[in-house]
Design a protein around this ligand. Structure first.
Ligand code: SF4
Ligand code: SF4
Length: 341
């Protein structure tokens, strides 16, 4: 899927905005799409590197079926090359370099149903590169009333996203920075297609949450953060949850220190000042994981880590104190892995 044949023996992949022109017997930049006599093959259909049952809060999705479990799966490779990647062992691997097993769409949906999960999350590495398998699986999942979630970098062309998005119920999209220079320098990609894909998903009715990893000295300029926040508000809406994530030294950025908590508080303050209603701080335990009513500040959902400890919402997802409508999809349940003896 998502390619055209060119004159001669080349093909033009149209899955991600990189638009590789691939010669016969060669692969695209992502290493998992190969031209075999003018037919573009995916080398990772069904190739699965991890399967786990996760709390949906881990994606992070805080406003989509809070307290539910999601069946999380991944393959290998990525369309981008972030030097801080937490999952670089799979995201930067080529076929055959990491342990994997094979799945079918039907087998995967069956496993999700048997696990008691109400959704499948395509996650850990970049799921949009698993395009053909995610497309087929999401159709089978939809037929079986299992929801489909993308945890994604949003680096996809409009023409590839359109057929897929109608099967996607929710997405957490990582907007990694807010300048073209940042995307070019650190990710070897570009920002504009990510913004376009995010708007398209929102327009097509997918529940959207946005994540931004705040890296000291790299993308933490307060002006850049303000521009990101304004874009989210103007293009997605004030009620879109925005997760600022704490950076920890890792992979090729082991020499950069963790994001100071004060910086995270400051960027949260900016986002709220600009009018965003649900702003969270991730990767650090704090009150900033809770959901408060944007109108009267009543505590609606108390979280700790991935646990949902307390819920105070009316059945129609309004604040019980002032009646303000909260952007939450699905049932809201408590969940706690903490055991008290
Ligand atoms: S998906 Fe891979 S082959 Fe296709 S354009 Fe992007 S990097 Fe190139
Ligand atoms: S887009 Fe995500 S999976 Fe890909 S390299 Fe960047 S952080 Fe890793």
């Amino acid at each position: 899927m998502a390619y055209t044949r060119l004159n001669g023996t080349d093909v033009n992949c149209k899955l991600c905005p990189r638009g590789c022109i691939i010669k016969n017997s060669k692969r695209g930049v992502c290493r998992v799409r190969e031209n075999r006599d003018r037919t573009l093959f995916t080398l990772i259909y069904g190739t699965t590197t991890a399967e786990a049952i996760d709390p949906i809060e881990k994606k992070p999705l805080f406003h989509f079926w809070p307290g539910s479990d999601t069946y999380s799966i991944s393959t290998l490779s990525c369309t981008l090359f972030c030097p801080w990647c937490q999952n670089w062992e799979i995201s930067q691997a080529s076929p055959g370099e990491v342990y994997s097993h094979e799945n079918t769409p039907e087998g995967l949906v069956k496993a999700a149903l048997e696990s008691g999960s109400r959704s499948i999350s395509y996650t850990y590495n970049e799921p949009l590169l698993w395009y053909e398998f995610v497309y087929e699986t999401s159709k089978v999942a939809r037929d079986n009333k299992v929801q489909n979630i993308l945890v994604t970098n949003g680096y996809i062309t409009e023409e590839a996203l359109l057929p897929l998005v109608k099967y996607i119920d929710a997405a957490n999209i990582d907007i990694k920075g807010f300048t073209e220079d940042f995307y070019r320098t650190y990710c070897r990609g570009s920002l504009e297609p990510v913004l376009l894909a995010t708007k398209l998903m929102k327009r097509e009715g997918t529940h959207i949450e946005v994540t931004n990893l705040v890296i000291p000295g790299i993308n933490d300029s307060l002006e850049e953060i303000r521009q990101l926040v304004r874009w989210v508000k103007d293009n997605l809406g004030a009620d879109i949850p925005l997760h600022f994530s704490r950076f920890f030294p890792h992979y090729k950025m082991a020499d950069i220190h963790a994001t100071p908590f004060a910086t995270l508080l400051k960027v949260k303050e900016i986002a709220e000042e600009e009018g965003l209603q649900f702003v969270y701080i991730g990767n650090v335990a704090s009150e900033s994981e809770n959901t408060y009513c944007p109108n009267c500040k009543n505590l609606l959902i108390r979280r700790m880590g991935f646990d949902v400890l307390k819920v105070d919402l009316s059945e129609d997802k309004r604040c019980p104190n002032c009646g303000f409508k909260i952007n939450i999809v699905g049932e809201v349940n408590t969940r706690s892995f903490i055991r008290w003896w």
